[in-house]
Design a protein around this ligand. Structure first.
Ligand code: UTP
Length: 297
């Protein structure tokens, strides 16, 4: 019997981290609910997954669970109020996502690392490939970033991660890959076959300047690898370690996707994301551009 090609139907959104770089803003609300212009950052990631054909969204929550759940739930009172006041466009915006997505929640009881967070979604996914989106990487692309990775998955039937070249001095903040280029005209970005990867290497030990970003498509064989991964030096179960173990058994690709990424998980990146998303916002973009031009910075 030939094996059916499996589609990527589910996406995991880890949102149980402590968000310490954004304290005190993240003391009583999760980082993933911080807004950029008029949407929380997790909504951008969810829309990206939706536009890429993902059907089921699985959010890994910790603290602040209520704010995230409420955000993706129907709010009868709010909708009634908007209806009564004739605010049809706002009503449409509030409804549009909740109508289209199916969201499930799993709880990570302790923030034991990204690998551990992803693992909590295992019972809802088990034997199929899945996407992972970290919403603090806010992507500005023509074609959704995770959709670009899914295209690679569909062709190669292998795990694939989004990568980007970063300044050499920043390599110690990322998972860094050692890789060889694969020339494949079917993909407009740059495709690499990963040979090895290391989480947050010392700058002089980084095997390249190619960093793993917060978008992954993983095959289900990753589950056993995460299950066997022991906590690293800071006590967290790293997804990079599990992927490294997977690499010993099957290929993993890195894809330098087309588009821009903002690191909205730290202050400067968040400010840049706000400016760029503000400038391209259909409602306020033009006025915001005029405002910026008028300032003597
Ligand atoms: P980060 O590395 O940005 O950690 O996590 P963090 O805790 O959110 O933020 P800082 O570093 O303290 O400021 C990347 C993503 O993984 C999730 C986070 O919610 C974020 O979306 N995560 C991380 C978990 O869900 N659980 C964890 O144990 C760790």
């Amino acid at each position: 019997m030939t094996q059916e090609k499996q589609k990527v139907r589910k996406a995991v959104f880890p949102a149980a981290g402590l968000g310490t770089r954004f304290l005190p803003a993240t003391k009583a609300q999760p980082k993933e609910m911080l807004p950029v212009v008029d949407k929380p950052i997790i909504q951008y990631a969810m829309e990206e997954a939706l536009q890429s054909g993902v059907e089921t969204m699985i959010i890994v929550t910790g603290r602040g669970k209520v704010a995230i759940e409420d955000h993706f739930d129907v709010s009868f009172e709010l909708e009634q109020l908007l209806r009564d006041r004739g605010k049809t466009e706002l009503l449409r915006q509030v409804r549009s996502l909740t109508e289209r997505v199916q969201v499930a929640y799993v709880r990570q009881k302790e923030a034991l690392g990204l690998g551990h967070a992803i693992y909590t979604a295992r019972p809802l996914i088990e034997n199929e490939p899945f996407a992972v989106l970290l919403s603090d990487d806010l992507m500005q692309t023509e074609r959704p970033c995770i959709g670009q990775l899914i295209d690679v998955y569909d062709t190669y039937q292998s795990s694939v991660v989004a990568i980007q070249q970063v300044p050499h001095e920043d390599t110690s903040r990322y998972g860094i890959i050692r890789a060889e280029r694969v020339v494949d005209d079917r993909f407009p970005g740059e495709l690499y076959r990963i040979l090895d990867m290391v989480e947050k290497p010392a700058v002089d030990k980084a095997p390249s300047d190619l960093a793993i970003l917060g978008r992954y498509v993983l095959t289900p064989q990753i589950w056993d690898k995460i299950g066997k991964t022991t906590p690293g030096s800071i006590g967290e179960i790293q997804i990079t370690d599990a992927m490294r173990a997977l690499l010993a058994e099957q290929p993993i690709y890195g894809y330098r996707f087309e588009g821009k990424r903002h690191d909205a998980g730290e202050k400067l990146g968040y400010l840049k994301a706000t400016v760029e998303m503000g400038l391209s916002h259909p409602e306020v973009g033009a006025a915001f551009r005029e405002y910026l031009k008028s300032q003597q910075f």
